[in-house]
Design a protein around this ligand. Structure first.
Ligand SMILES: [Fe+2]
Length: 295
């Protein structure tokens, strides 16, 4: 795919195809004139897919999907995958995860369902072939807080000083579910989870398999840089994350009920803004498309 100007809007299509409204800096875009409760045409998919590569984060407003339609849309991007954390698995659909603080009786649990989502990460970087895209829908939203923030890791990498890019050259990083749990103060990884997701190693700068763009590949699932001391590793990763999450690289999504949103895990980090989990009800359903090995 040729290099794209991220802030170039695709023309609205009068023939009933999706429209693309990019955020002002080109990171993130809203897709209009599409009904995801129905199968989408190849022509519509083509437009959405190009927008996905160009803007990295896509929002579809007013999409009252059920889980079946949610999965059907996600499958347009590739095969789906489940999650090693069975505690968030949908009761009947193993490839759907439910992150909710709402109990069956309508009251709240009082806690956000997964602390690891509150810190910057890219989905499933602790496996050998991490997620391509994650697609969420929002049956219930918090009135205050609970936004999802995204950081553009390709743009952040591009703006690094040459000396830092040189330092990153060839560096590999261990990503580990167990360590990630410890860092986010979540319950410890179970034996089954550790068996399913032993530590893996990925390059700290990955090349996007579809666009060729380079992006920082870090986040909370990182454990340490291969061959470095813990202290030096933690310090450098923190320095990179501080750089990459500056305001100019951020897209903030304010949820509305029945939003569908998706992002490119190969070129972004994301996290959920805290909210009052005792008094606010918040639920998202999540479907994830399998990716390939970073290089
Ligand atoms: Fe996530």
């Amino acid at each position: 795919m040729p290099e794209l100007a991220a802030n170039t809007a695709l023309p609205a299509n009068a023939a009933g195809l999706p429209t693309i409204t990019p955020d002002e800096n080109g990171f993130g875009a809203e897709i209009g004139n599409i009904d995801l409760t129905q199968p989408i045409s190849d022509a519509a998919f083509e437009i959405i897919h190009e927008a996905f590569l160009r803007h990295k984060v896509l929002v579809f407003r007013g999409q009252p999907l059920d889980d079946a339609a949610h999965q059907a849309f996600a499958q347009r991007f590739g095969p789906l995958e489940g999650h090693i954390n069975v505690s968030t698995r949908h009761a009947k659909l193993p490839q759907v995860q439910v992150f909710s603080n709402v109990k069956a009786d309508g009251t709240t649990t009082g806690v956000h369902p997964e602390k690891g989502t509150l810190v910057w990460h890219t989905d499933k970087s602790y496996v050998a072939e991490p997620s391509l895209t994650t697609i969420l829908r929002s049956p219930a939203i918090a009135k205050k807080g609970g936004d999802t923030l995204f950081a553009d890791m390709a743009r952040a990498y591009g703006d690094l000083p040459q000396a830092t890019k040189d330092r990153l050259e060839g560096l590999m990083c261990v990503h580990d579910w167990k360590r990630s749990r410890e860092k986010s103060n979540e319950r410890p990884a179970t034996e089954d989870e550790m068996r399913a997701a032993p530590p893996v190693v990925h390059p700290m700068v990955r090349t996007h398999p579809e666009t060729g763009a380079k992006a920082l590949y870090i986040g909370n699932h990182t454990a340490c840089i291969v061959g470095w001391s813990w202290a030096d590793s933690d310090s450098f990763i923190a320095e990179l994350e501080t750089h990459a999450t500056q305001p100019q690289y951020i897209y903030r999504h304010k949820w509305q009920v029945d939003d569908v949103m998706m992002w490119d895990n190969r070129a972004t980090l994301h996290c959920v803004e805290p909210y009052d989990a005792a008094n606010e009800k918040r639920a998202v359903h999540r479907v994830v498309v399998k990716g390939d090995r970073p290089y």
